[in-house]
Write a protein that binds this ligand. Structure first.
Ligand code: 5AD
Ligand code: SF4
Length: 474
């Protein structure tokens, strides 16, 4: 796998628990039953992507090789449960795996991630999918070496799901997907209980990592050549509240700004209700923090925002946007929007469209509401699917028009792109992102990957930009 750096690194010095798991990793290296190959599939958000880097780090450490297909000694699905279709995908893959395992009975199947924190899912797998060997959850991911060792010795299905986090284990090996761009968890869990969302039930209460651990990780990444850092949390704006020495997210950004070698700082996700003026000021004054803000709107209707338990209204959202645009001129704004939330009327939806038109988002993740068992919204009055679908297509159309107009302003302008990889459709092109988080395609060779490249925009579309390297134009 081309982009994977196969040398696992330990992020920090160890806690007792991590030392125990590391010892098991050492034992596994010489265990004749250890998997020699593994296939790892990651669904869902960047939290899961980061967790998978940890699983990959452990497996590469014990000498297993990653394969591109499910024909491997160990197959792991790191699952997501935010919407129903994510879950259906897992059951579909399990059906297929059954036939693969019939041909290769020694193969082990493991499931982990958010979906495994749901009781109903565990029941279903226990009853209907006996071919699954190991199930673990989001809180005990760091125990993977120990669970793997147990599975190798056992013929029965092993299920280890915790209902909450016992401790934050800092320092297991992980293999980062990219050598120049890295995600760093700053907190886990969420306390907001938006009524549609299952995350607080499967990722638990909010827990912040200590700033010194975060900084040590970022410094070591910077020393290994990482130039862009993405700070991850379900709600980064409330970072630091529960710490022994509480600090704000803005202060954390200031500390990260000081790390030599880091050129760009991004973060995900912010909740409008916790967004402080201090953070907006920090966005304006910290040179490395990218001029891009992802601010989930979910809905523009005050009535629905209340039913969603979001703790802000349309006016408050628009006020934040105004302040952000004033403090960081030209800032790029992206969002998340749900269409078809229970009881949504055409008038509610038009309020959402109104905000979309007023803010002129540069991008949006859009979702049709999907009821999640156990969340309050699943028990509210649902809306007809056709209405949701109709509104959804209308929203996409408006977003596309705005995206096209916004992007057209970049025509002829120079931008700095961190070149990330060859374009999937055309290997002679490279793809990367600007500080504003726009996707840019331009002609270039492998040696530019990982470099900041000056590009002049020559063509625009609603969703990405096309350009030419500046020095090739001179
Ligand atoms: N249905 C549809 N979209 C959802 N999201 C969260 N839960 C649901 C759900 N039940 C969306 C929200 C959130 C994003 C990560 O996923 O927009 O911000
Ligand atoms: Fe879910 Fe709301 Fe928490 Fe985001 S803030 S993870 S939408 S509960």
């Amino acid at each position: 796998m081309g982009t994977i750096n196969p040398r696992p690194v330990y992020d920090n010095e160890g806690t007792e628990e991590a030392i125990r798991q590391r010892k098991i990793i050492e034992d596994l290296k010489t265990n004749p039953k250890r998997p020699k190959s593994f296939f790892l599939s990651t669904m869902g958000c960047q939290m899961n992507a980061r967790d998978s880097e940890k699983l990959r780090g452990i497996l590469l450490s014990i000498g297993a090789e990653e394969t591109a297909e499910e024909k491997a000694d160990l197959v792991i699905y790191n699952t997501c449960c935010i919407r129903e279709n994510a879950e259906q995908k897992v059951y579909g893959r399990l059906g297929y795996l059954k036939s693969v395992k019939r041909k290769n009975p020694g193969m082990k199947i493991a499931l982990c991630g958010c979906m495994m924190q749901e009781d109903a899912v565990i029941e279903k797998i226990r009853k209907s999918y006996p071919e699954v060997d190991l199930i673990f959850g989001t809180y005990n991911l760091y125990k993977f070496p120990e669970l793997l060792e147990t599975v190798l010795e056992s013929d029965s299905q092993i299920i280890d799901i915790w209902d909450k986090q016992k401790e934050i284990v800092e320092d297991l090996p992980s293999v980062r997907k990219s050598s120049f761009k890295a995600s760093v968890n700053i907190m886990y869990g969420c306390d907001n209980f938006c009524t549609y969302c299952i995350v607080p039930y499967v990722r638990g209460r909010e827990r912040s990592r200590k700033p010194e651990n975060i900084l040590a990780e970022i410094k070591s990444l910077a020393q290994s050549g990482v130039r862009e850092i993405q700070l991850l949390g379900q709600n980064v704006n409330s970072y630091g509240k529960g710490l022994e020495n509480p600090i704000s997210f803005a202060k954390l950004l200031e500390m990260v700004q000081q790390v030599d070698g880091i050129e760009r700082i991004r973060f995900m996700t912010s909740h409008p209700k916790d967004l402080s003026d201090e953070l907006i000021e920090a966005m304006g004054s910290l040179s490395k923090v990218c001029p891009h803000f992802h601010l989930p709107l979910q809905s523009g209707s005050d009535r629905l925002l209340k039913a969603m338990n979001r703790h802000y209204d349309q006016q408050k959202y628009l006020d934040i946007v105004r302040k952000l645009k004033e403090t960081v001129p030209g800032i790029s704004l992206t969002t998340d929007i749900i269409v078809g939330f229970p009881t949504e009327t055409r008038e509610d939806f038009l309020e959402t469209l109104k905000v979309v038109r007023e803010v002129r988002f540069d991008g949006a993740f859009t979702f049709i509401y999907s009821p999640r068992i156990g969340t309050p919204a699943a028990r509210m009055e649902q809306v007809p699917e056709e209405d949701a679908k109709k509104n959804f297509s209308e929203l996409l159309k408006v977003l596309e028009e705005i995206g096209e107009e916004n992007n057209r302003q970049w025509l002829g302008k120079p931008v700095e792109v961190l070149a990330e990889e060859h374009s999937k459709n055309d290997p002679s092109m490279l793809t990367g992102r600007t500080a504003h988080n726009q996707l840019v395609h331009f002609v270039g060779g492998s040696r530019l990957i990982g470099q900041m490249v000056e590009v002049i925009i020559t063509e625009t579309t609603p969703f990405y930009l096309i350009g030419k390297q500046k020095n090739l134009l001179d």
